[in-house]
Design a protein around this ligand. Sequence first.
Ligand code: FE2
Ligand code: FE2
Length: 169
Amino acid sequence: MADLAEILMIEHLAIKKSKWIVEKPYENEAFVNFYSYVKQCHIEVEEKVCFPIMEAYAFPDSKQFNQRVERIKADHKLIDTLAANMIKWNEQGNESLVAERVPLFYRLLVDHNASEETDLLPRWDKIQSAEVKSSVKDALSIIESFGVKKYINATCLNESTFNYIFRAP
Ligand SMILES: [Fe+2]
Ligand SMILES: [Fe+2]
């Protein structure tokens, strides 16, 4: 079983490699599917499982650290607003505006994930708590409610790899 920080790093790599977002013309269904994974699964695991454990831990600089977590959560809101606008503009037939904002959306998301990997995730293995032990199981239940097949599609993981990461003892 991988640990939760490693799982999020693998997901970041999958997101970074989803270059079709910028390389192909905007396709609403593909974008909605991709963004529903990002929002309902990736960000949900970060905000409901990973960040609360990190924020509750007494790091020597926890006040500063928790401010960093708040900034990261503010990025999630910004990314969500942009994605919702893109979907709305597409519905309204404003395709040129959507096409113009696609590179911004991709860059915001990839840069955001990079800052999580620099500022937050390296601390994960410093935390000793019962919640860390159950965190992968908690992430798995979010993934299961999102849909394991959809998760595997979005991340390009092999099914055996998925089982090894999440279900191996
Ligand atoms: Fe995030
Ligand atoms: Fe992330």
